[in-house]
Ligand binder design. Structure first.
Ligand SMILES: Nc1nc2c(ncn2[C@@H]2O[C@H](COP(=O)(O)OP(=O)(O)OP(=O)(O)O)[C@@H](O)[C@H]2O)c(=O)[nH]1
Ligand SMILES: [Mg+2]
Length: 606
């Protein structure tokens, strides 16, 4: 199925043309029929000769009902633009075209109606010139008369060609159904309708209503008046909802598939110049501080903050379910209508649905510089550069696709930021090890806090990440601590940490062979640890922290000289088993000197 919205000035024959094509009455209200004027959206559909259906969303042309027009055109992927042969281009022709351009609609058809009343050529020429400057480009044009039937077969054929060109959205996409009608049916309860742009709705599915975030179950699905077990976009759909009354629902609310959308009250956008209006090139655009923003069938009041150039930050009076890349329409309903172009209308592309707060001087200008350089639509790498770290689920809900592989669990990282974080972590770990070599390492939670990371798992992932550079950047992590890489097998490194932890408070109480075995450090492991500079080994299976010998020398230097081995043992609060090899090592290193009576003096004191 295809959905096409009508557009065009009041009384130019939109509804009558839809009626002629479909045999259905789009003006549903008694008041509409009495006044011969469309007030609200109308719905009718036809079957193409080649098969397939076109559902029309017929909009009002009167300037008082532009809001209703936008609710109908907003979610429609294509438009049937109507200009009356006898009246030609009129203010709402211009206003509707500006809206279609602002919405970025690329597919359409130009119908020159009431061709029985005047030569359609001048109206067609003028309309084609105006339309050519917009997103619609050069649509097929057909002259018709709903009264005589002239041109209707040609229009039907052209609609078939248009339908064949329309892109097929992904039925697996997340559902966002903008409600455009809400009513009750005796016996089945509450029904809502809308233009489903993509994704699939099924009876039994649960959707989330925005902005209340209430979960609602679909009791039944209908499309074009017939029940269906499921319908994929693009389609007109009617959903029978369970457990909700019509009073709680209104046009502009949306039913969304949970997890697929970001409900946001603040967005950053790039404004598109209003080409349809006058073709003037934009500099820095000037906008009023309050505008009405339209998307789908919704509208909200937006506060506008220009960040510079064509980049603006919009804050809504109520949140909307949006994706990056969504196109929104902005207008100033209070502005005096320009005679030629109606009220000004702007299109804008959503660049960010959860923009960071702008803190301090220059933040707006910096944001403008960054966002101004983004492609349209922006992609995952652009958003990651701005947000640095994003959960994959958050990125999907933002509407990003082709996500890079996560750095840890759900986390995606900007590559440059990740590299910087890794450097900061290396520095923090190395710094900690130098300041406190006897400690088991930098605690993971301390590292998380120091780097301002949102998740402690990221610390482990950073530590394990191998930057392209040299091996001395490697970090060992175990037991909740980070240390500069020792090159030791994990088990040995762990045992060494346990030994060093035991020595932290009593640096000369070296564990004995039995204790070493219990801690899991054998002679080979100890030798490797010594080579890695993590331990000092002395004869007799004595292991100490690397700094222990210096520490011993300091303590011994404070003793009355010369001193005996027993005095040294007392001063160091250790045993003969440790003090004898320690003194012999100090002798060999030339730090102490052994006298003939077996006492020792510090060399410097000699
Ligand atoms: N002669 C002639 N009159 C037409 C034709 N199409 C529409 N009309 C007349 O034009 C008037 C307006 O037609 P509508 O179809 O209601 O126009 P509309 O564009 O839907 O108007 P709004 O919905 O109010 O914007 C009616 O009086 C129709 O009879 C046509 O092809 N030929
Ligand atoms: Mg009408």
């Amino acid at each position: 199925m295809h959905v096409i919205a009508t557009a065009g000035h009041v009384d130019h024959g939109k509804s009558m043309l839809v009626r002629a094509l479909t045999g259905m009455e789009p003006d549903r209200w008694e008041a509409e029929q009495r006044r011969g004027m469309t007030i609200d959206l109308g719905f009718a559909w036809m079957t193409l000769p080649a098969g397939g259906e076109i559902a029309f969303v017929d909009v009002p042309g009167h300037e008082r009902f532009v809001s209703n027009m936008l609710a109908g055109a907003g979610p429609a992927p294509a438009v049937m633009f109507v200009v009356a042969a006898d009246e030609g281009w009129k203010p709402q022709s211009a206003e509707h075209l500006a809206a279609i351009d602002a919405l970025g609609v690329r597919h359409g058809i130009l119908a020159i109606t009431r061709s029985d009343l005047a030569d359609p050529a001048p109206a067609q020429r003028e309309a084609a010139l105006k339309i050519a400057k917009t997103s619609l480009g050069e649509p097929e044009a057909v002259a018709v008369s709903a009264v005589t039937g002239q041109g209707l077969p040609e229009l039907t054929a052209a609609l078939g060609r248009l339908a064949a060109r329309l892109p097929e959205p992904d039925p697996a996409d997340g559902v966002r159904l903008w409600l455009d009608r809400v009513f009750a049916i005796k016996g089945s309860g509450t029904v809502v309708t809308g233009t489903l742009q993509a994704g699939t709705v099924r009876a039994g599915d649960e959707l989330v209503l925005t902005p209340s975030l209430r979960r609602l179950r679909i009791r039944g699905v209908q499309s074009l008046g017939a029940p269906a077990s499921q319908v994929s976009g693009v389609a007109r759909v009617a959903l029978n909802l369970r457990g909700v009354s019509t009073r709680e629902l209104s046009r502009g609310m949306a039913l969304i598939q949970p997890g697929h959308w970001t409900l946001t009250g603040v967005i950053d956008v790039r404004l598109a110049p209003p080409r349809a209006a006058d073709g003037r090139a934009p500099g820095t655009m000037r906008l009023p501080s309050r505008l009405t923003v339209h998307i789908g069938a919704a509208r909200a009041v937006a506060r506008v903050r220009m960040l510079g150039g064509q980049i603006a930050r919009l804050s809504f009076d109520h949140p909307l379910p949006l994706h990056i890349g969504d196109r929104v329409l902005l207008r100033d309903p209070g502005a005096a209508a320009d005679r030629a172009i109606g009220r000004p209308i702007f299109g804008a592309t959503v660049l960010d649905v959860s923009p960071p707060r702008l803190r301090g001087n220059g933040a707006a200008a910096a944001a403008e510089r960054e966002l101004g350089a983004w492609p349209e639509p922006p992609a995952a790498p652009d958003l990651l550069r701005r947000h640095r770290l994003l959960r994959a689920s958050t990125a999907s809900a933002m509407g990003l696709r082709d996500l890079p592989p996560p750095v840890s669990g759900e986390w995606l990282a900007d590559p440059e930021h990740w590299q910087r974080l890794r450097q900061r972590l290396s520095a923090a770990v190395a710094g900690h090890a130098t300041r406190d070599p006897l400690a088991p390492g930098l605690a993971v939670d301390a590292a998380r806090a120091e780097l301002g990371l949102p998740d402690r798992d990221l610390v482990g992932a950073l530590a394990a990440w191998r930057p392209g550079g040299s091996a001395d950047e490697l970090i060992d992590a175990s037991g909740g601590y980070l240390r500069p890489h020792s090159g030791l097998p994990v088990a040995v490194a762990k045992a060494v940490q346990a030994v060093l932890a035991g020595l932290a408070d009593a640096p000369f109480s070296a564990p004995d062979t039995e204790q070493l075995r219990e801690l899991g450090l054998d002679a080979r492991g100890a030798a490797a640890a010594e080579r890695a500079g993590l331990l000092r080994r002395l004869p007799g299976n004595v292991v100490l922290a690397p700094g222990a010998t210096d520490q011993a020398a300091e303590i011994l230097a404070r003793l009355p000289q010369p001193f005996t081995a027993a005095e040294a043992r007392q001063a160091l609060q250790t045993s003969r088993r440790v003090v004898i090899p320690l003194l012999e090592w100090l002798d060999r290193e030339g730090i102490t000197r052994r006298l003939p009576d077996d006492r020792r003096v510090m060399r410097e004191r000699l």
